[in-house]
Design a protein around this ligand. Structure first.
Ligand code: ZN
Length: 189
């Protein structure tokens, strides 16, 4: 579904790293979790700003709230690991799976064109990915504490998916051709 042509391999890192790779240690997974939460917080703050350009104050508020929650997650992870500085993830930085960009498109333009419906769909994909990540982390947890923490995170991400679904249900899809250039060929809904 997502074919990234930018060579960063975006979109295929989270579940694969969480569930596969026997050599992946829990501490590496926590580094990954931190990167995931920190990027989610950043993206949500951006999305909130873009929603205001669409005069969608409600969805902007939803995204601001999500940004706060994901920031809090990042902070919790940092504290639980006792990091004084944040370790860089090995095996490539984490990236949110976003809109498919034509090679010429600037990311700023993409965000500007993003409608509330699109933003919610992107958010949903990434929340679901986070949920799967924590479910996999819970399975691999080396202690009861870590397992419980992972399960708690998983449940919170599941709640985010549910929240976004609610908003998707009441946010109309954009008209066809809102931006023909940005529609990947196999995109349908
Ligand atoms: Zn979330």
């Amino acid at each position: 579904m997502t074919t990234s042509s930018d060579g960063e391999g975006r979109g295929d890192s989270a579940p694969a790293q969480a569930s596969g790779g026997a050599g992946t240690s829990v501490s590496e997974l926590m580094v990954h979790a931190y990167a995931m939460e920190a990027e989610a917080a950043e993206r949500y703050a951006e999305f909130a700003d873009v929603m205001l350009t669409h005069n969608n104050v409600e969805v902007a508020e939803l995204f601001r709230k999500m940004a706060r929650i994901e920031n809090l997650h990042a902070q919790q992870i940092r504290e639980s690991q006792g990091w004084t500085s944040v370790p860089a993830p090995s095996g490539g930085a984490y990236h949110w799976e976003g809109l498919e960009a034509p090679e010429t498109a600037d990311h700023g333009d993409l965000h500007y064109l993003m409608t509330p419906h699109h933003a919610l769909q992107i958010a949903r994909r990434n929340e679901e990915r986070a949920r799967l990540f924590y479910a996999a982390l819970a399975e691999r947890a080396e202690s009861v504490e870590m397992r419980e923490a992972a399960l708690e995170m998983r449940d919170e991400e599941a709640e985010h998916v549910r929240l976004i679904d609610e908003w998707l249900a009441r946010t109309p899809a954009p008209e066809k051709g809102w931006s023909t250039d940005l529609d990947p060929p196999n995109y349908h809904d």
